[in-house]
Structure formats: C-alpha cells, structure tokens
Design a protein around this ligand. Structure first.
Ligand SMILES: Nc1nc2c(c(=O)[nH]1)N[C@H]1C(S)=C(S)[C@@H](COP(=O)(O)O)O[C@H]1N2
Ligand SMILES: [Mo]
Length: 173
C-alpha cells in the first residue's frame, strides 16, 4: 500500500471513530437528562381539581410523536423546528378524563403565564401537543436556559403567543 492510501485509510478510520464516539456520548447524555427530567411532573386537572400527575417517561409512554412546528415570536424570523411530544388530548384520555362537555383547557406555566385553548383545537389530531424534545434535545428547564421541561405547542396557530413555555399543568373546564 502506498503512503497516500495509508493516510486516506487512517483519516477515514479517525473520522469514523470520532462520529461513533459523538453518537454514543450524545445518547448517554440524553438518557442522563431524561432521567433527571423524570422529576418533571405534569399535572392534569378537571374543573380545578387535580386528577393525575405524570413524569416524563409516563408522558412519553402515552404515545410519542415527532412533528414540525414553526415558532413565530415577535421581533424574530419564523423558525421551523422538529419537536417530540404527545397530543394533549391523549394525556387527558390517559388520565381517564373525557373531553366531552368541556369548552377549553387552560395550561399554566411556572412563570405564571397561562393560555386557554378551545376544545375544538384540542380535539384536532395534529395540532395541540405537549412537547419535551426539540431537534433531538430535551427542551431543558428555565434554570438551564430552556423553555421546558414541557412546552405546549399549537402547531396550527398563526402566531405563537398561545404556546406555553415551562408548562406545569392543564385544567379542562
Ligand atoms: N411561560 C411562558 N410562555 C410563553 C410566553 C411567556 O412569556 N411565558 N410568551 C409567549 C409568546 S408571546 C411567544 S411568541 C411564545 C414564544 O416565546 P419566545 O419567543 O420567548 O420563545 O411563547 C409564548 N409562551
Ligand atoms: Mo410573542
């Protein structure tokens, strides 16, 4: 083998090992973060009364979906992202709460922000999600500079002011 080929093979091997190491390290990282975020409790209420609490693995087990959404916040260009989360309606159904005979769900955040979402929007099977991963990374807590651990996302809204960062509970009224 000539020295040019040797250098080529060594370069390819180094690149391959670096990429493999990065993937493995990142996977470990996500698992560690997810573990940590199992302290992240989301509370389900019906008419102001708590009916259930779920941690992140429990939320995930309800039916994880990947979806695209565009965040349109004032003063910035729209940004397309891939989120991972579950439909808000599925969380209520999992908690044994019927969506019938209700008009809205009020989602409340750790910073006091709250948003009321019409039940018609919640019933749509590709609109109102509770997300915890953005582009393969956990959303992170407010303390970590993130917008989670949970964020309410309303995909089909033309603006994002009714999305809820740091979401902690949802109350069906
Ligand atoms: N908890 C919480 N959620 C919130 C807000 C907020 O201040 N606190 N701002 C809203 C607004 S006005 C927008 S545009 C979106 C995106 O906010 P960001 O641009 O600060 O990420 O989140 C919405 N949800
Ligand atoms: Mo906004």
């Amino acid at each position: 083998m000539n020295s040019k080929n040797k250098i080529l093979i060594i370069t390819i091997a180094v690149l391959f090992l670096t990429a493999t190491a990065a993937i493995i390290l990142n996977r470990g990282n996500i698992e560690a973060q997810r573990e940590l975020n199992n302290n992240a409790i989301f509370i389900i209420k019906e008419n102001g009364q708590e009916v259930a609490q779920f941690n992140m693995s429990e939320i995930q087990a309800i039916g994880e979906i990947e979806f695209e959404a565009t965040i349109r916040s004032s003063g910035r260009d729209p940004q397309d992202n891939t989120y991972t989360g579950v439909l808000l309606r599925n969380i209520f159904e999992h908690a044994g709460v019927s969506l019938e005979n209700h008009s809205a769900i009020v989602v409340t955040a750790a910073d006091g922000y709250a948003s009321a979402v019409d039940i018609e929007k919640v019933l749509d099977d590709d609109n109102v999600y509770l997300a915890y991963i953005i582009d393969g990374e956990l959303l992170g807590t407010r303390e970590e500079g993130g917008v989670g651990p949970y964020q309410l996302i309303i995909r089909k809204d033309p603006f994002s002011q009714f999305w809820v960062k740091f979401a902690v509970s949802a109350d069906i009224n």
